[in-house]
Design a protein around this ligand. Sequence first.
Ligand SMILES: NC(=O)c1ccc[n+]([C@@H]2O[C@H](COP(=O)([O-])OP(=O)(O)OC[C@H]3O[C@@H](n4cnc5c(N)ncnc54)[C@H](OP(=O)(O)O)[C@@H]3O)[C@@H](O)[C@H]2O)c1
Length: 230
Amino acid sequence: MLNRTIVVVGASRGIGCEMVKHFAKNSDNTILALSRNKEKMEHNFQDFKNVRCVAFDLSHSVFAQAQAIFSDLNQIDILINNAGKLVNKAFTDLSHEDIQLCYQINVIGVMETVQAALPKMLPANGHIVNISSMGGFQGTVKFAGLSAYSTSKAAVCSFTELFSEEYKDEQISMNCLCLGAAQTEMLDEAFPGYQAPVSAEKMAEFIVDFSLHANQWIKGKILPISLSTP
Ligand SMILES: NC(=O)c1ccc[n+]([C@@H]2O[C@H](COP(=O)([O-])OP(=O)(O)OC[C@H]3O[C@@H](n4cnc5c(N)ncnc54)[C@H](OP(=O)(O)O)[C@@H]3O)[C@@H](O)[C@H]2O)c1
């Protein structure tokens, strides 16, 4: 299919930034790049005419912001919920605000973005890809300090199954990728000094390919995508 409209949330750096560049290489794609830092995105994607950058903050009023941003799109073929908030703190040091912000960005933000995107995605038989973490995948090795972050990522996995049950009679698909380590600023904050076996570019390449094709074969699935621990 040609002329896809693709929304990448969390596009200013890391894996999201690389995904936008990868999608943008195909001039038939129109990409909406979202994050809080519009200037940085405009700088990152200045070579691509098919990328539009819009400021979007998952920490408040997500449904209203997303509805306004999506209002002039005819349809959305692919939505990638990639933005993430890391909190790396001992459990007893976590404040109410730490936990609340982590869940707001990683869970409520994702759910409300999907609510706003649905009217544009249902007619397009779109594919929603939620980006979770190996830390949120049941039975994996867990790490001290990540209880707020990893439980929020587990909620994203659960949301994927629940959404998919509710929309099982529609052609729209949602899948969830639980990423292992990829070399980004967030990884550095979580595991200072750790060298990931996978670059942000490589991880982005996989997610882009998955988002374009996997919905022909699977929906409602939670998949571990990892070469390493962490
Ligand atoms: N890297 C890894 O090893 C790894 C492993 C497992 C899972 N993941 C997951 O993969 C995804 C991408 O990770 P990454 O390593 O590329 O992260 P990153 O480098 O920290 O980038 C995170 C992105 O999320 C955006 N973001 C953060 N807070 C936001 C907010 N309030 N509103 C809107 N956007 C916001 C940031 O943009 P602004 O700051 O400009 O808003 C940035 O573009 C995340 O969901 C992460 O949890 C990564």
